[in-house]
Write a protein that binds this ligand. Sequence first.
Ligand code: PLP
Length: 460
Amino acid sequence: MTIWVPQLSGSGPRYRQLVEAVVAAIESGELGEQEKLPPQRRLGHALGVTTGTITRAYAELERRGWVEARVGSGTYVRGPTTEAFSHVSPAEASAQVDLSLSLPPPCAARADGLARAMGAIQRDRSALVHAMDYQPEGGLDRHRRIYAEWLTRLGLPMSADELLIDQGGMNGIFVSLSALLSPGQRLAAETLTYPGVISVAQQLGIRTVGIEHDGEGIDIDALAMRHERQPFGALYVMTEHQNPSTAALSESRRHALAALARERDFWLIEDGVQYIGERGTPLYRLAPERTLYLFSVAKILGGGMRSGAIRVPASLRTQVAAVLRNQSWMPPPLIASLVCAWIESGDADRLLAWQCEEMAARHALVKDYLAGYDYSAQADGFYIWLRLPPGRRAGPFVEQLAERGVRVTPAEPFCVGSEPAPQAVRVCISAASDRVALGRALGVIRDSLEAPGPALWETL
Ligand SMILES: Cc1ncc(COP(=O)(O)O)c(C=O)c1O
């Protein structure tokens, strides 16, 4: 039987030439979905290369998501993996890759996990009865216990009586700011911060002050100086995976921050919504009496679940519970029951483990495509922060990418007050429907970095 033998380009390492040839053949339809690639030894023989070279190429193709190896059967071209949960509809998927939102990587197991959790609730009479009743503001004791045990396992040790269940990160931000600050008071945040917090502060009439930050997180000296000039009542900070810069607050700055907050008497709102496996000491462990910690299931189970937890110091519990009650009495118990069933089945942990592996593969792709460019990233992180080469501006760059079908976010929406925006973009690599779509988008980004669009005046 004859086998498919590609024409290699002749430049660069042989395994890479083969990778490119297979990708081109899949893209042109020469190799169809589910088609088996030639056996490695035979292809090596036909191309005059070692079997090791073919193995390396097939492994690379699998890593990039083009093919899948089936044990004992061979290597096959993968079928389309776009699935209903992706925010990009299948019709748009080929034309548009939207990397502007920090969404968990699409995964069929997520919908399966939800289906199993729904089945478990359906069979649980008491969960059904609780779902229809009014409940305490911060959720049922049983639910708080399950959340607390899970968070403890995830590296965030806390007890059930420290936390209140809420409706996710945005809800946690709204509740904390409402409980801690009055209109006209000041909230400090990094000069680039999560846009949701800027928006909530605006709505509540709270003034924001931007504090410099770098690769180690917020600048503690700048924070102390600013507090002298413009005292603020609270600081909002992302300790593990800053949005958008990806920085983690260094351990020494965590200690210095806890000490400063005590000395100057301000609250700390620690946002841990961007979940990262590797973590330093949470601020709420260093200054438990003045730190609120925000957690959400959005970046693990999915943004639509609208469930999270807020860890509050004992002195604030009544105040925070009152805000939760004023907003909507309580978090919907049915959602909390689903999340708890998801956690108890072990599906949530399995999903998280898969997600970490998937993100590692996606970060490896970024390394390949954007080698030599100036970007920051953290393992497990959903996005990278790409600083543009000197002379390039983020506005035209974002437009150029959009014209080529890739959406990313410039620094502008993250800027506190009238702080100037750096020439950088946030690229949410988790949001691509699969690694193939991500590879294409990264190729477009690399090409756009290499080849500037028309001069600005030409676009006037
Ligand atoms: C830092 C940060 N906080 C809060 C949120 C909002 O979380 P949720 O979707 O749970 O409301 C996000 C969402 O991306 C976020 O990145």
